[in-house]
Structures are given as structure tokens and as C-alpha cells.
Design a protein around this ligand. Structure first.
Ligand code: GDP
Length: 444
């Protein structure tokens, strides 16, 4: 999961101070020593860490904390605020030209995920903003880049404009924009060439494309897993070309988070989107406040709710919510919910957005293997209605009957019942936590 290492360390550190009724300078100093180490270990830029520690320390021993009734929680809020500010404060929106099409130039080094992200972004624009983008293949150097974009276009049902690899990228960009006007596309996404390293020829060419295409946005795609290298790449591209926003890819594999936490502070460039997987829907708008909450284990319910709204049947969701509340969740609901959760994305990612999720040890045992869903369905369908509603009546002979009926083994039946019980336990914990939070009044 993204930021796992950093999140674990920061949460453990903050846990110690959270419950304190009194916070003195020594407490803050000790906490900040650990926060500083956690950030450095996460490969955050040294100067950024220094500034961050200074700001948080000043506020944490200031009046807003001392006068508060819950100083421990107030310190956590300060860390949360400053972490949000560090990553850019407000979420920054994508430009819309008042003379369509809006032109977006995608730039970046080879392998950063530029072509993949061009497809993801087009998908995002259509899904979230009902836009009709045209993709333009202007990476004429990387073998197969044009083909890759065409394949993505076909897969997602987007038109792809290309002129082969013998025409200059400037000409391709120009023609793509003319074509977009003609066919009333509101966005043109130009996939430009990358190189393995930054060099003058690359920059010169990109500058020429920029001059001709007059893009409304130039998005730099960088690989989060390269840490401070990504920050350096962003600085160089920005100096040469003037970037309007960064898209950070492969955050799903980045347990450290150094790039995400340094880019804005070092370069002044906002992170606009993050890539969280290879699939075409694995792109999320970057919300610094939500990301800070996720890192501090305060959950990211907003993103989860947005995801749920776009992929879950609302009536069913309401129904399920009620069942979770009064604990009348059955095996039939389990089956139904598995299908819906699957639509939300990889389960560990979804769970990572729940407040305190990584503190719940039981969660690690709740695994849903996508290939197993068919087997699970067969097992549940072999249960009687009574058994689905009251799994506790399923004794050894019933297990054998269910196993036989579904063509699965008794072990599998056992495993499923165990998973179901774990899930019920998790719901109980969650509703307990939410009630607890209400009582304490939270800290926001
Ligand atoms: P380009 O050379 O910059 O155009 O890079 P590609 O778009 O071909 O991507 C390089 C590799 O990175 C491909 O295997 C992509 O599937 C993968 N990739 C891109 N974005 C992500 C992401 O957000 N997460 C993961 N895990 N892989 C990604």
C-alpha cells in the first residue's frame, strides 16, 4: 500500500501523544525527533523535513494547543494541517479552455508511465466530467509507443490520432488539434516522447511542441518509486518547459512517499493526480487533505464514498448499512457485497481508506481472491436459507453436505465460514469505533 512504512511510523509516534491531557515542550520535542526520522527514512527532502519540523514544533507548543481541552489531539491536528499544507493545501483542478479544445501535453521520462497515464486521464475526463477527449500519439521514438496508445484507445473506446513515426511531433500536435476542432472534441491529450535521461534534444523538441500547441496544461508524469530523483526530474522539466502540474504514478508500490511529500515544497508544482495501479481506472485526483488523513490513519472516507457512489448500487448500499448497524448481515449479503467490493478496486486499497484500518490486526486475514468468488458463490448456494442466516448451526455433517453440493472441499467451507465471522467481527469493531469517536467528539 502507498505510504505504508511512513504511515506506520507516524501513527505509532502520534499514538503516544494523542491521549495526553497535558503536553509540554519535552513531549513535543521527543515526538518531533521521531517524526523527523520517519520523514527522512521516507526519503523526504532534507530541507523540507527541517521546515516541516520547525513549523509543527512552533505550533505544537503554542497557545492553540496549550489552551485546548485536548492538547494531545490538538497536536495531531497540527501535524495533519501541516502535512496537508506540505502536499499543496487545496486540491488543484484541471484547466478548461474557453476556446475548446483544451490542450494537455503529457511529458516525462521513458518508463514513468506517460502513455498509460494518458489513457487513464482520458478515461477520468470522460467518467468524471463527461468529456470527449482525442488522444494524439506524438511519441515517435519509443518503439511501439504509438501502437500502445492505439491499443489503449481501442480498449477504452477513444479515437487516437497518429501520423506514424516519420512526421515531426510538432506537426502531429498541430494536426491533432485541428482534427479535434473539426470533430468537436473538448480535450486533446498529446502523448509526447520521453527519453531515459533528460537531454537538450528532448527539451528542445518539447519546447517546439509547446510553442505550436499552446497547451492549457503541461502535465509531467513521474514515477513515485524513484523518490528524490522524481523531484529532480520535476525541477529540470519545470525550468526548461514550465510545467503546470505533476502526475505521480506507481504510488501503489511506493511505501515511502518521499516524492509525494517533497515535490510541492521543492518545486512549487501541484500534484494533480496519482496513479495507483496498472488498470485504466487506477488514477485518482490528488487531495492533499485526504492524503494527509490517510497517512495519519484518520482514514479517507471521502474518497471511499466517492468510489462507492460511482460503482455501488445506492439502494443496496443503504440496505447494507442498515444490516451492518443492526448486525443482521447474512451469507447472502456477503455474496452480494463481495461483488460490490470487487468493483471498488483491490481490497487492501479499499481497506486502507478506513480510519484506523492498519491498526486492526484481524483485517490482514480477510482476503478475497478474485478467482475464488465463483467457488464461494457455489458454497453459499449449497447452503439452506437457515444456514445462510444462522451460520452457527452449520455443524460437521452440514459442512460435508455443503461441500458435496458445491463440489468444494470441507476445508474450503470452513475457511469461508471463518472469513464470514472475521468480516462480522470487523463490522462490529468499526461500528464500535465510530460510536467511540462520536462520544469523544473527534479532533477536527
Ligand atoms: P512511458 O514510457 O512513460 O509511456 O511508460 P508506460 O506508460 O509504458 O508505463 C511503464 C510501465 O509502468 C507499464 O508497465 C505500466 O503498466 C506501469 N505503470 C504506469 N502507471 C502505473 C501505476 O500507477 N502503478 C503501477 N503499478 N504501474 C504503473
Amino acid at each position: 500500500m502507498a505510504f505504508e512504512g511512513l504511515a506506520d511510523r507516524l501513527q505509532n509516534t502520534l499514538q503516544k501523544i494523542r491521549g495526553k491531557g497535558k503536553v509540554n515542550e519535552a513531549d513535543v520535542k521527543e515526538m518531533m525527533r521521531e517524526v523527523r526520522l520517519a520523514l527522512l527514512e521516507a526519503d523526504v527532502n532534507f530541507k523540507v523535513v527541517k521546515d516541516f519540523v520547525k513549523k509543527v514544533s512552533e505550533r505544537a507548543v503554542g497557545q492553540e494547543v496549550l489552551k485546548s481541552l485536548t492538547p494531545g489531539q490538538q497536536v495531531v491536528k497540527v501535524v495533519n494541517d501541516e502535512l496537508t499544507a506540505l502536499m499543496g493545501g487545496e486540491q488543484s483542478k484541471i484547466a478548461v479552455s474557453n476556446k475548446p479544445p483544451t490542450v494537455i501535453m503529457m511529458v516525462g521520462l521513458q518508463g514513468a508511465g506517460k502513455t498509460t497515464t494518458t489513457g487513464k486521464l482520458a478515461n477520468h475526463l470522460r467518467k468524471k466530467q463527461n468529456r470527449k477527449p482525442l488522444l494524439a500519439a506524438a511519441d515517435i521514438y519509443r518503439p511501439a509507443a504509438i501502437k500502445q496508445l492505439e491499443t489503449l484507445g481501442k480498449q477504452l473506446d477513444f479515437p487516437v490520432f497518429q501520423m506514424g513515426d516519420q512526421v515531426s511531433p510538432v506537426k502531429i500536435a498541430e494536426s491533432a488539434i485541428a482534427k479535434a476542432k473539426e470533430e468537436h472534441h473538448d480535450y486533446v491529450l498529446i502523448d509526447t516522447a520521453g527519453r531515459l535521461h533528460i537531454d537538450e534534444t528532448l527539451m528542445d523538441e518539447l519546447k517546439q511542441v509547446k510553442e505550436t500547441a499552446k497547451p492549457d496544461e503541461i502535465f509531467l508524469v513521474v514515477d513515485a518509486m524513484t523518490g528524490q530523483d522524481a523531484v529532480n526530474v520535476a525541477e529540470s522539466f519545470n525550468e526548461a518547459l514550465g510545467i503546470t502540474g505533476v502526475i505521480l504514478t506507481k504510488l501503489d508500490g511506493d511505501t515511502r512517499g518521499g516524492a509525494a511529500l517533497s515535490i510541492k515544497a521543492v518545486t512549487g508544482l501541484p500534484i494533480k493526480f496519482v496513479g495507483l495501479g496498472e488498470k485504466m481506472d487506477a488514477l485518482e485526483a490528488f487531495h492533499p487533505d485526504r492524503m494527509a488523513s490517510r497517512i495519519l490513519g484518520m482514514g479517507d472516507m471521502l474518497t471511499l464514498i466517492e468510489k462507492a457512489q460511482s460503482s455501488v448500487d445506492e439502494d443496496k448500499a443503504r440496505d447494507l448499512q442498515k444490516k451492518m448497524r443492526d448486525m443482521s448481515f447474512t451469507f447472502d449479503d456477503f455474496l452480494d457485497q463481495m461483488g460490490q467490493v470487487r468493483n471498488l478496486g483491490p481490497l487492501d486499497e479499499v481497506l486502507g481508506m478506513l480510519p484506523g484500518a492498519n491498526k486492526m490486526k484481524g483485517l490482514k486475514n480477510v482476503q478475497i481472491d478474485e478467482k475464488q468468488i465463483g467457488h464461494v458463490e457455489a458454497i453459499i448456494r449449497s447452503m439452506t436459507l437457515n444456514e445462510r442466516e444462522q451460520p452457527e448451526i452449520i455443524n460437521a455433517s452440514r459442512k460435508r453436505r455443503i461441500a458435496k453440493g458445491s463440489g468444494r472441499s470441507v476445508q474450503e467451507v470452513n475457511r469461508l465460514i471463518k472469513q464470514f465471522e472475521d468480516m462480522k467481527k470487523m463490522m462490529k469493531q468499526m461500528s464500535g469505533m465510530m460510536n467511540g469517536k462520536k462520544k469523544k467528539g473527534g479532533f477536527k
